[in-house]
Design a protein around this ligand. Structure first.
Ligand SMILES: [Zn+2]
Ligand SMILES: [Zn+2]
Length: 350
């Protein structure tokens, strides 16, 4: 059997090469996954653009799905076998630190984007390699007719599951979602599934049209109207029970707080580039008893929930897949992914 495999390697700023690398070998407690699809997340796009700094060479990719082609001798065959299709979770948590052991793998104390994972001999998150050797604790079974490309979106969906659960949305509440890039759109869909009235704040016409096809009806268009005033008009002057900001612009974090109601919960989901400080009124937070919260990453429990939502067809992610590209088209795919008009771009690995 060939002991090399293909991988897309980030070799420098705006430079990705397809190279042959040593094929990983699973340990006795691991499975070998042949990756089929890997989506290009904003994080990888920022590595490509040189915004997120990493040491090169680097293997990006962390939104991945594939099939098991080998199982280690200690793997329970009642659970996992060759031919099982799986989504692969983030490989960067250690499983041993206190955070991992209390179920907060998303905050692993040993977390690094630049560790060696998946049995690879190049640093990075591994998803743009043809094969990964992974622990059974990091794989999640694909069921029914769910495709590899849909399953590749389990990881981003899991991050939104974490955010929406943190917001603790209740039946009948009003939720404003700021931004409907893919993560904002997932927030809107999950908030509606939680039984909320969802208002979307979005200037991009294409995105608004897509959300309309998904039966969202209430929009704030910040380019055309004062978003805060409009949010108050739509909520009888009260503001929204929950405001979810998914756009990495500091000014919008400030506006999110101003759009929230008495006892409002505000989630800052996106990361902010640049991280410009905002001004908030401490008295307003005090008097209105605002809960201002951040949400980043996801834990294994969120991944399990996201996998169920996909397998059981509660959530349809197909409208948010822009296109599938072959591995050797990755530079073009990356440029397409960076265009804010486009939703997720997915690489076909094998
Ligand atoms: Zn991601
Ligand atoms: Zn850990």
């Amino acid at each position: 059997m060939k002991n090399t495999c293909k991988a897309a390697i980030f070799a420098g700023k705006e430079k990705i090469e397809i190279r042959n690398i040593t094929k990983p070998k699973p340990k006795s407690n691991e499975v070998l996954v042949e990756l089929k699809m890997c989506a290009l997340c904003t994080w990888e796009q920022r590595v490509y653009q040189g915004v997120n700094k990493v040491e090169f060479p680097f293997i990006g990719g962390h939104e991945q799905a594939g099939t098991i082609v080998e199982v280690g001798t200690d793997i329970d065959k009642a659970l996992w076998n060759v031919g099982d299709d799986v989504a692969v979770g983030l490989l960067t948590s250690c499983g041993e630190c206190e955070k991992c052991r209390i179920g907060e793998e998303g905050n692993c104390e040993n977390f690094s984007y630049e560790s060696f994972v998946g049995g690879l001999n190049i640093r990075g998150m591994g998803g743009l390699s043809q094969y990964l050797a992974v622990s059974a604790s990091k794989i999640f079974k694909i069921e029914g007719s769910l495709s590899y490309q849909e399953a590749a979106l389990t990881e981003p969906l899991s991050c939104v599951v974490h955010s929406v659960e943190t917001a603790n949305i209740q039946l009948g509440e009003t939720v404003i979602v700021i931004g409907t890039g893919i993560m904002g759109a997932f927030h809107a869909v999950l908030a509606r599934n939680k039984g909320a009235r969802v208002i979307i704040s979005e200037p991009n016409k294409k995105r608004i049209d897509l959300m309309k096809t998904l039966s969202f009806e209430e929009f704030i268009i910040p380019d055309e109207e004062n978003a805060i005033e409009r949010s108050l008009e739509l909520t009888e002057g009260k503001g929204a029970d929950v405001v979810l900001n998914t756009v990495g612009v500091s000014k919008l974090a400030e506006e999110a707080i101003q759009m929230s109601s008495l006892y409002g919960r505000v989630i800052l989901y996106s990361s902010y580039h640049p991280d410009t400080p905002i001004s908030i009124s401490p008295n307003s937070i005090h008097k209105r008893m605002t809960k201002l919260m951040g949400s980043a990453n996801s834990n294994t429990c969120d991944f399990i929930t996201a996998m169920k939502l996909l397998n059981e067809r509660v959530i349809d992610v197909k409208p948010f897949i822009y296109g599938i590209y072959e591995l050797d088209e990755i530079e073009q795919a990356m440029k397409t992914a960076i265009d804010p008009d486009n939703y997720r771009v997915i690489m076909q690995i094998t």
